[in-house]
Ligand binder design. Structure first.
Ligand code: SIN
Length: 283
């Protein structure tokens, strides 16, 4: 499935991802009000991934509702609306409106590592996670997914609290707070100085997080998946779905069909069904 944060801001982009072979799509994180985001530069590409600090640019829920209704009428796969905000009440408000505009599930962004007052700052302690998930749960009928940060001391405890508070599934993981300095200019490259590291560099961390969470509830494995082998690793760790984000920037939309074809021949070679693969490395 398409991970939140890339190609998720308009109906036409989401449609292109469906046509490329994704099994589900996640929107960009939507906030209560329009936000311009940070000024350039907002992305640094690295050999082993990328660091982004976009600043949660988005049209706000009023505007995005129209886009989501259009997407809903044109797209045949599940659409997951990503909800953000600076308080549990704000996130719950956005979540309810994403649901009403046609989202099949809502993902709470409790994990963006670099926008003050958002993301990981809302869900990094057990108390905050409990309050956030309970509040959002109250406004939803559709399944609730909580996207977790890998930058917490005990992701399993936090995941358990999210599930006990009403989450139906967890997404592991969002990006890791990082920095890149240009040694010639002798200053950080990103305008926000800090950003979120994604891509192959964080895959082993993401796999570990999936492994630690997969017996608590359904888990979406996200973080550095670029090939069928990477997807197989997530599934073996116990993920029931795999999120693709940064790989689209690095390899293009053909990454979805490439992974599907590769996984199919791997399963054939191993004589296993997809169901039998899930969690098989859990010992
Ligand atoms: C951003 O918009 O800066 C990234 C969002 C995220 O990491 O959740």
């Amino acid at each position: 499935m398409l991970a939140s944060g890339i190609l998720g801001s308009t109906a036409s982009l989401l449609k292109r991802v469906e046509e490329a072979g994704a099994g589900a799509v996640t929107t960009k994180t939507i906030l209560p009000r329009p936000t311009k985001g940070f000024s350039n530069p907002v992305v640094v590409d690295l050999p082993f991934g990328m660091i982004n600090a976009m600043g949660l640019p988005n049209p706000g829920i009023d505007e995005f509702e129209r886009e989501l209704r259009e997407a809903r009428s044109e797209i045949n796969i599940p659409i997951i609306g990503s909800a953000g905000g600076s308080t549990p009440e704000e996130v719950a408000h956005v979540a309810g409106r994403l649901q009403d505009a046609g989202a099949d599930a809502v993902e709470v962004n409790a994990s963006c590592p670099h926008v003050r007052g958002h993301g990981v700052e809302l869900g990094s302690t057990p108390e905050m996670m409990r309050e956030l998930v309970r509040e959002v749960r109250r406004s939803l009928r559709v399944p609730l997914i909580v996207k977790l940060s890998p930058m917490v001391p005990d992701i399993r405890s936090l995941g358990r609290i999210a599930v006990e508070s009403g989450a139906n599934a967890l997404n592991a993981v969002n990006t890791m707070r990082a920095m890149y300095i240009d040694v010639e200019a002798m200053r950080p490259v990103l305008s926000n100085r800090f950003g979120g590291l994604s891509g192959p560099a964080i895959r082993p961390v993401a796999v570990r997080c999936v492994y630690e969470l997969a017996d608590l509830c359904d888990v979406i494995g996200t973080g550095g998946v670029e090939s069928w082998r990477d997807a197989a690793e997530m599934l073996l760790a116990g993920a029931k779905a795999v999120g693709i984000g940064t790989a689209i920037r690095r390899k293009g939309l053909s990454v979805f069909s490439e992974i599907k074809v590769g996984l199919e021949s791997y399963l054939l070679r191993k004589g296993l069904s997809l169901r039998e693969l899930i969690g098989r490395a859990r010992i």
